[in-house]
Write a protein that binds this ligand. Structure first.
Ligand SMILES: [Cu+2]
Length: 154
C-alpha cells in the first residue's frame, strides 16, 4: 500500500527538480549571461559628464605652413567632468581623427573617426578610463593632437 504512494512522491520530487533546473537555466541564459557579457558597467557621471570638450579643426588646417589645426591641440580630460569630446570640422576640407597608435576604450570601443569628417560634420567620443592618446589627420599628417584622460581630481 505504501509503495505506490512513495513512488508517486518520488516522481513529483524528480519533476520538481527538473522544473527548478530548467527555470535556473532559463534565468542564466536569458538574464544573467547577457548582463555579464554586456559592456562594462561605467559610472553614470562618467557616461554623462557635466560638460563636453570641443576641439575645432580650424580653417586652413590643410595648409602645412599653418601652425594651428586641432584647436586646442593638447587637451586634459577628467572623467566625469569633460570626458565627452566633440571634434568639429569648421574647415572647408575633410579631415580625420586618427590615433598614432591603436587606441581603445573598453566601453566606447576603438578610438578614431570611422572615415573622413566632412566640413560641418563632427566626430564624438566618450572616454571612460584614463589613457593618453596622440592622434593626427590621415590626409594631413602635420595636423597633430594630444589627449590626456585622467580621473577627476577633487
Ligand atoms: Cu586634415
Amino acid at each position: 500500500m505504501s509503495a505506490p504512494t512513495s513512488s508517486h512522491a518520488y516522481g513529483i520530487g524528480v519533476i520538481a527538480i527538473i522544473v527548478a533546473l530548467s527555470a535556473s537555466i532559463v534565468f542564466y541564459t536569458s538574464f544573467y549571461l547577457p548582463e555579464s557579457l554586456a559592456k562594462p558597467s561605467v559610472d553614470e557621471h562618467v557616461l554623462h559628464p557635466v560638460s563636453q570638450t570641443i576641439i575645432k579643426m580650424i580653417e586652413g588646417s590643410a595648409n602645412p605652413e599653418q601652425q594651428d589645426n586641432y584647436v586646442p591641440k593638447l587637451v586634459n580630460l577628467q572623467l566625469g567632468i569633460d570626458n565627452h569630446v566633440i571634434w568639429d570640422n569648421v574647415d572647408n576640407t575633410p579631415h580625420t581623427v586618427t590615433p598614432d597608435h591603436r587606441a581603445e576604450d573598453s566601453y566606447s570601443g576603438p578610438f578614431g573617426s570611422p572615415g573622413v569628417i566632412m566640413p560641418g560634420d563632427q566626430y564624438e567620443f566618450t572616454f571612460t578610463e584614463p589613457q593618453e592618446i596622440e592622434y593626427h589627420c590621415e590626409p594631413h599628417p602635420w595636423m597633430k593632437g594630444h589627449l590626456i584622460v585622467t580621473k577627476a581630481r577633487f
